[in-house]
Design a protein around this ligand. Sequence first.
Ligand code: ADQ
Length: 501
Amino acid sequence: MGRLVIVSNRVTDPAKAAQAGGAAVAIADCLRERQGIWFGWSGQLSTDEDATPAIDVSDDGIVRWTIPLTKYEYENYYLGYANSVLWPVFHNRVDLAQFEAGYYAAYSKVNQRFAASLAAGLAEDDVIWVHDYHFIPLAHELRLLGVQNKIGFFLHIPFPPSQSFLTVPEHLQLARAFSAYDLVGLQATTDVANMIDYLEHGANGQMLPNGTMRVEGREFAIASFAVGIDTNFFKQGDLTDRNDYGATITRIIGVDRLDYTKGLPQKFRAFGRFLQINPDFRSRTVLTQIATPTRESVEAYSDIRKELETLSGSINGSYGDLEWVPIHYINQTTSRERLISVYRNAAVGLVTPLRDGMNLVAKEYVAAQNPRNPGVLILSRFAGAAEQLKAALIINPYNIDEIAGAIAVAVKMGLDERCLRHEALMQEIESGTAATWASGFLSALEHADHPPTFPPTGGKRLISAVSRLAQPARHQDPNSVIESSAPPLVCDVAASHRAFF
Ligand code: ADQ
C-alpha cells in the first residue's frame, strides 16, 4: 500500500489532534504510521483564487498540504452549500435548507480546484481517504483528471431518508459523485439502508449480487464503520467519585456544539419538566450544558443560540433561588483534559440529538466514568451511537416527558444497575475505538479490486468500471458488534429497562 492521503475540510495540527477529538486523533495516528499527507482547507481566506498551496512537515513526519478559500467560496461553498444545504438536509431538517442559486456552482468549483491541486502531487500508488460532506464530488473530479488510485469516502454525518435527499436539486450529481469512490463508508446501518434505498429508487442504482452498488455503470461498495474514541484517554486520571445522591448536588452534563441538530431546546425543556414533577430534586440537581458556538454567521445557528438563552433564563427564573441555579449554560470550549473530570463528576450524561451521525460525547462520557460508581447515560435513539450503546437509557428526544422520566430514573438508579449498564456500554466502546475504525475502513479500501478506468482528461461520461470489496456492501464493519439477531432499539425508558435486564 502506498502513501495515505487524507482529505478533510480542516487540516489540524497533528500535535493538537487530541484536542479535536476522536476522528481527528485516529486520522493523525494513521498518518503518523504511514508518513502520510493531510490535505484540505487552511482555515484562511485569500483574495487570490490561485494562491499557492502551503506545504509543511510536522515533527512526526506528517505532510500538511493546505489551500486557502476566497471569501466568495467561504460564503457560498462552506457556509452556503455545505452548511446551509447538505448539513440540514442530511440531518433531516429540509425546512432549514437554503437552496440558493450559486451555492452548488461554488461547491463544484471548490471541489474542482482542490482536485486539480491534489492530482498534481499524487503518486500512482497513493491511497486517498476523503472525509465528509464538504468533498463529496472530489473523487469524481479526480477521476476526470485521470486519477485511478483507490479512493475511499467517509461521511461523518447521517445519510437521510430517500424522500429528504430527493429534495436536493442536485441529488443526481451527488449520486454520481458517490459512485466515483471505491468505498463509501457511513456511520450506522440506518445510514447504509437509507443510501441504498435512495440510490435504488431515486438514482436508478442497482444492488448487484456481489453486494456492490452500480450507479451510471460504475460499481462501488457501501458499508458502515462506526467512529469510536480513544478510550484510554478518557479513562486516565483520578477516579474520584462522582457527585452522589443525598445532600450534595447531582450534576447532569451536556457537551455539544451549539447546533440545531443536537436537541438542546428539548434537553432544557425536559430538565424543566423534571424539576416541575420532581420538586424533591429541586435545589440539589443541576444541568451543566457546555455548548461551543459554531457557524455563527448561518442564521439558523444564531436563532438556536437566542432560543437557548431565553429557555435557560426562563427555567432558571421559574425554579432557581438565591442558593441554586438549575441550568449552568456555558458557551465555551473546554480542554479535553478538563472534559474528563467534567464527565466523571456528573451523575448523568444527557445526549439528546434529533439526528447525529454517531455522537462521540456519549462514548466519551461512558469511558470517563469510575467503573465502581458510574454515572448513567441517557441517549437519543436518533444518534448513530444508539445502534451500539443499547445499555444506555434510550429516549426519543422529541418526547419531553420521556426525557424527563429518564432523568428521574437515572438520578435514582442503584449502584448495581449502574455498574451493569456501564460494563455493557464499555464493552461496546472498547471493541470499536477510533483506531479500529480507521484501520477497519482502510483495510476494506485496500481489499477493493483494481481501481476504475476513467477518461484521462476532460471525460464527459463515466465509464463502467469494476471495483469490488472482498465483503458484500451490506456486511457490517468486522469491528461492529451489531448483529442481525440483536434486540430492536427501544425508545421508552421503561422498555429500555426491561430490554436490558
Ligand atoms: P460533531 O457534530 O462535532 O461531530 P460529536 O460526535 O459529539 O459531534 O463530537 C464532538 C467532539 O467535540 C467531541 O469529541 C467532544 O468532546 C468535542 N466537544 C464538543 N463540545 C465541546 C466543548 N464545549 N469543549 C470541548 N470539546 C467539545 C461530527 C458528527 C458526529 C460524529 C463526529 C465524528 O456530527 O455525528 O460522531 O463528527 O465522526
